[in-house]
Ligand binder design. Structure first.
Ligand SMILES: *[C@@H]1O[C@H](CO)[C@@H](O)[C@H](O)[C@H]1NC(C)=O
Length: 312
């Protein structure tokens, strides 16, 4: 690692956390703890249900199980540290810890968007080629799609992390955020960050725009195939099988688009923080509910699993 010798190098960062007034600290601590526990529990229930119930061993639910695992990890990257820091006097994080947090944040954030693409493709095949569904969405293809997602996200997160290790940090080590965010870290650095910004612009754009376009194309095809043979049954089928996925996609990309499209004139860190809160806390907590509450298969699986347990 290349560092300047005549500058003091930083061994830890301070995470300022959330701008919560002192008298509300305990209230918010309890709120975040409850939300985190709900996220972990809700997603664990989905993973376990899908594992236990053989009716749910279909590509759609295996992808959903992957998505739940990703949500669980995604919120575990930021929430426990946030909760710990809310309790401590000096909310610090070591340099290596900060980089690790950033790596996994990018990793699971990306993974989520790639899994949403795989799920959109699955719905596209199910609705446009119902007769060939099982032969197209073979277990081999599903595993390959998941492996490909892992490969792409690993390289993307690794690239940003390695580029960040080249930078040096001088006196200022205060991150005005509740986790080690890539852009917040770049603002702190006292080295030249042009390459980092260029890579973020090009690859980051690809990582967001490519999945989003693929999902849009899948849904455009689904809608056009429905419009060819319009029937209430067809429309009902699309809503029952795609509704949950579409809600999750809107939630995920809605917050990302909201984050980057609102003009941040004064570089308001408050807006960044609130929007980050949306996709690190709110999205992972809502996904299990969106999928399980309005889904007959999941409810049936829960019933079957619980009945099995009471028989034994
Ligand atoms: C993820 O998806 C793959 C492919 O469908 C499946 O084999 C695997 O069990 C899933 N993993 C989890 C944790 O659900």
């Amino acid at each position: 690692m290349h560092r300047n010798n005549n500058q003091t190098t930083i061994s830890q960062f301070l995470l300022l956390g959330l701008p919560i007034p002192h008298e509300f600290q305990h209230l918010f601590y309890a709120l975040f703890l409850a939300m985190y526990l709900t996220t972990v529990l809700g997603n664990l229930v989905i993973i376990i249900l899908i594992r236990l119930d053989s009716h749910l061993h279909t590509p759609m639910y295996l992808f959903l199980s992957n998505l739940s695992f990703t949500d669980l990890c995604f919120s575990s990257v930021t929430m426990p540290k946030l909760l710990q820091n809310m309790q401590s006097q000096v909310p610090s994080i070591p340099y290596a810890g900060c980089l690790t947090q950033m790596y996994f944040f990018l990793f699971f954030g990306d993974l989520e968007s790639f899994l949403l693409v795989a799920m959109a493709y699955d719905r596209y095949v199910a609705i446009c080629f119902p007769l060939h569904y099982t032969s197209i969405m073979s277990p081999r293809l599903c595993v390959s799609l998941v492996l490909l997602s892992w490969l792409l996200t690993t390289s993307h997160a690794m690239l940003h992390t390695l580029l960040l290790t080249r930078l040096s940090f001088c006196e200022n080590n205060v991150i005005p955020h509740f986790f080690c965010d890539l852009s917040a870290l770049l603002k702190l650095s006292c080295s030249d960050i042009h390459i980092n910004e260029l890579v973020i612009l090009i690859i980051g754009g690809l990582v967001v725009i490519l999945p989003f376009s693929l999902i849009t194309v899948s849904y455009a095809r689904i809608i056009s195939s429905i419009l060819k043979v319009p029937s209430t049954q067809g429309i009902h089928k699309v809503f029952s099988t795609c509704g949950s996925h579409l809600s999750v996609v809107s939630l995920f990309y809605g917050t990302i688009i909201g984050l980057y499209s609102c003009p941040s004139a004064n570089k308001s860190t408050l807006k960044d923080t609130v929007m980050s809160m949306m996709y690190t806390v709110v999205t992972p907590i809502l996904n299990p509910f969106i999928y399980s509450l309005r889904n007959r298969d999941m409810k049936g699986a829960l019933k079957r699993v619980l009945q099995k347990k009471t028989i034994f």
